[in-house]
Design a protein around this ligand. Structure first.
Ligand code: ATP
Length: 327
């Protein structure tokens, strides 16, 4: 009897990020090239409960590298956080003959993968897909570069109206627990300041801004605020400033979900392609419970536990860069 080919399951989970499709394409095509079968699991871990599992051939991933979002859809899945739920998920995986999983997502997705892989001694390789860039062990996550470019383009447009009306704008960007988008978005768009969750309190940062004077010789100012309980968000910061400094013509703009969308940048497509290919090499290498990371342009295997538990350090010197370059 012919020996059954090994089968790799692939899913995207958590928040969507531009470039996930490029990763799905790379995983699928590298797996097929190395003689694996591929099964796509739809809607993240939910697909393991609804049995939304479809065999993938090379044509299933044609013409998707340039598309934002994820063709596999994504969902949050409460069932997977329970032991009983994960048992059902394992039963489905066994039933469908899946021998290993590649999961693409953020912190939560990798946390779930780690627990499942440990409980069932099941090989899983993770790919970091999140616009927040907040995973330890990798210089970049898939989607971050595209989101950063989207922010930059939006702020450029807001700058036109801010300058014309001589206004002070607080622009809120995503980044619940991490200020990478706010910090680098501020540098890329020439903003006057960034308020990020990593710095103790937003009051400290605001005080610093006010001390230095928002406007100086300028006729508009832009402050990028990370959406986060630590910063309170752009609305909150704007209210504080309006109260203390009624002379400023303050406006708020919340960029919201547009930051997740759009065709991935070349950087994200390349990153996703390399990481997708590397995920299959990791499995061929008998690696398990690792996330694919990239550091100094080299692919690395990062144990899930490290990627999840460690905080990724942010370069605080960049706040100073923003300050100096906006004088
Ligand atoms: P993003 O960073 O974009 O929010 P994420 O992967 O962190 O993406 P989450 O919603 O936190 O998104 O997690 C995705 C899914 O991973 C959850 O819906 C759940 O199914 C699973 N998951 C998260 N945390 C756990 C956990 N502690 N145990 C088991 N599964 C988990």
């Amino acid at each position: 009897m012919a020996k059954r080919k090994k089968c790799i399951g692939i899913l995207t989970s958590g928040g969507d990020a531009p470039g996930m499709n490029a990763a799905i394409r790379a995983v699928t095509r590298t797996a097929i090239y190395h003689d694996f079968d591929v099964k796509a699991v739809y809607r993240g871990y939910k697909g393991l409960f609804n049995e939304e599992i479809v065999p993938f051939k090379t044509q299933n991933v044609s013409n998707i590298i340039q598309q934002g979002g994820t063709i596999l859809k994504t969902a949050r899945c409460q069932e997977f956080t329970t032991k009983e739920g994960r048992q059902l998920a394992f039963d489905t995986i066994t039933k469908h003959g899946i021998d290993a999983l590649v999961t693409i997502g953020g912190d939560g997705t990798l946390t779930g993968a780690r627990i499942f892989a440990t409980e069932y001694n099941f090989p899983i390789v993770g790919i970091p897909g999140t616009i927040d860039n907040d995973l330890y062990g990798t210089d970049r996550t898939i989607g971050y570069d595209t989101a950063l470019n989207t922010i930059m383009q939006a702020v450029d447009k807001i700058r036109d109206t801010a300058t014309s009306h001589e206004r002070l704008f607080f622009i809120e960007v995503m980044g619940r627990d991490a200020g990478f988008l706010a910090l680098n978005g501020a540098i890329a768009s020439g903003a006057e300041a960034a308020i990020i969750p990593e710095i103790a309190t937003q009051e400290d940062q605001l005080e610093e801004l006010i001390k230095n004077g928002f406007r100086k010789s300028k006729n508009s100012s832009i402050v990028i605020v990370a959406e986060s309980p630590q910063t309170g968000g752009a609305m909150h910061v704007a209210e504080l400033v309006k109260k203390e400094h009624p002379q400023y013509d303050v406006r708020v703009s919340i960029l919201g979900h547009m930051q997740r969308g759009g065709s991935p940048t070349a950087n994200d497509r390349i990153l996703a392609s390399r990481m997708g290919e590397a995920a299959i090499y990791a499995l061929l290498d008998d690696q398990r419970n690792v996330m694919i990371g990239i550091r100094n342009d080299q692919i690395e295997y990062v144990p899930f536990i490290k990627a999840i538990k460690n905080d990724k350090p942010i370069n605080r010197d960049l706040l100073n860069t923003i300050r100096i370059l906006s004088t």
